[in-house]
Design a protein around this ligand. Sequence first.
Ligand code: GDP
Ligand code: MG
Length: 177
Amino acid sequence: MAFYSEEDSGDDYLFKIVLLGDSGVGKSNLLARFARNEFYSNSKSTIGVEFQTQKMEINGKEVKAQIWDTAGQERFRAVTSAYYRGAVGALVVYDISRRQTFDSVGRWLHELHITILVGNKKDLKDAREVSTAEGKSLAESETLFFTETSALDSSNVNAAFQTIVKEIYDILSKKVI
Ligand code: GDP
Ligand code: MG
């Protein structure tokens, strides 16, 4: 199974990463914040799958992260196999202000993916339903990375994507050599 593809220059890596999690948790806004430094206060509905390719630098090497957004497929739990195909990393996102989205995290975990668990909307302090400790504890029990983010105020968004890309890079560079 090809976990990465080398580009013509030989030194570049392209990693496919998927955003997963219940509808409304902020997946599209995390990507919009990371890739374009934008935020949408209303969910804009989109048709079909979208992805954005973002260049990053890891250990002095250029790495391209191709980050896929479900574009609404997850509402019907009908995320297609094409969406998952070739993905090596995943951000599994829940909304810290909606416990139900935390309860369904297990449904989005996939053993083939290096995963970071992301508790989004940490700006909604007064509406918090899932504690940081609970998020951490779930991540530990499933051996996932963990962070809490806010696509609204930008906190930890870049770091979340950096973490997953760096981890993929580290694991694959060990395997490949
Ligand atoms: P998706 O369905 O998972 O792609 O979620 P969206 O990105 O469409 O976001 C759903 C709703 O949550 C939208 O109204 C966003 O404006 C809002 N939202 C997303 N991220 C945050 C966040 O970090 N904080 C707050 N307060 N709202 C957010
Ligand atoms: Mg979306």
